[in-house]
Design a protein around this ligand. Sequence first.
Ligand SMILES: Cc1cc2nc3c(=O)[nH]c(=O)nc-3n(C[C@H](O)[C@H](O)[C@H](O)COP(=O)(O)OP(=O)(O)OC[C@H]3O[C@@H](n4cnc5c(N)ncnc54)[C@H](O)[C@@H]3O)c2cc1C
Ligand code: SF4
Length: 335
Amino acid sequence: MKIPKFQYIAPKSIKEASSLLKEHGEKAIAIAGGSDLLLNLKNRLKNREFLIDLKAIPKMDQVTFSKTEGLTIGAMATLRDLIENPVVRENYPMLVQAAESVGAPQLQYMGTVAGNLCLDNRCYYYNQSPWWHAGREACWKLGGKTCYVVRGSKTCWATYCGDTAPALLALGAQIKVTDPVRAKMMPLQELYSGDGKEPNTLKAGQFITEIALPLPAAQSGGAYMKLRRRQAINFPLLGVAVNIKLNGKNNTCEDAKIALTAAERQPILIEEASKLKGTKLSDGAIAEVLEAAHNKAHPLDNLSGLPPSYRKQMVKIYLVRAIKQALQAAQQKGR
Ligand SMILES: Cc1cc2nc3c(=O)[nH]c(=O)nc-3n(C[C@H](O)[C@H](O)[C@H](O)COP(=O)(O)OP(=O)(O)OC[C@H]3O[C@@H](n4cnc5c(N)ncnc54)[C@H](O)[C@@H]3O)c2cc1C
Ligand code: SF4
């Protein structure tokens, strides 16, 4: 099936790109690696007259590390750029775990970090061909007035399924968002609207130019675990990211961040993880946090592969495993 005709524009600067996106509003969309967007255009899930390619903008793919500032990832850096970068591998191994779990190497070479963060939400009743859709009334995400997943709902519940967002949330990421007038840094969680139809909060003319991570703490470690049917080319049916910082003196938890993906309409940062501070991360200490994460996860019957009840049950199981792995990593780093 062919992609509908569009006008391709490759601006040479951030300002030019944001001005074009602002000028053309809903008729335009930014394209990075195209590994999500092109399929959606082909399937007529999105219709745009103008594709604004961010690739020709110089230095947008750079990954730089400073021992005082931490890591800066250019929005156009590919997932492979992270996976193959020795500094990222050494300092942010959880991010590498998450990037390596995306699709397959071909997708990691094409797919960018910002594209992964801005991935459209997914639903069995949405990610289909035009022929499949022709047989039934359009749902909310396609401009209709019904939902096939949550019957009677007045809103769309399509699920956010990106792999790197939970890892970046657990690592405390900030993103730089640019519009034609200014650029601002904001916490990654503010990118997500919680609406399945329009999952991100970016307005016309805005796009991500950078992702920034703080320096990893001396005795810290992380783990990303992904539940899927096959060990390749499968979106997550659940993803959990855990980042733990230990107190070197008494080996208690000094800070903990936990995030989930494929469990809601946006990646979820579990704020209750802060209750782990000062504990030894024993079964008793983590029980309350596991319960909070379990309660916040609302997997629905809109992703093929495993039933929602099983995916929900796996939240606690995967978190226990990820906490154990993150703890081991933090202890090893402290040696
Ligand atoms: C078979 C298959 C399997 C896949 N498996 C996985 C998987 O397991 N896990 C996973 O996470 N993903 C998966 N993907 C999705 C996709 O390949 C990746 O998420 C990839 O990182 C998307 O990046 P991209 O640069 O190709 O994005 P694009 O397709 O170029 O863009 C995706 C969206 O992001 C927006 N966007 C891009 N850059 C910016 C920016 N700088 N600022 C604002 N908006 C921007 C675009 O406008 C578009 O809406 C899979 C895709 C396929 C086809
Ligand atoms: S959750 Fe409902 S409205 Fe959203 S894409 Fe699926 S069927 Fe459509």
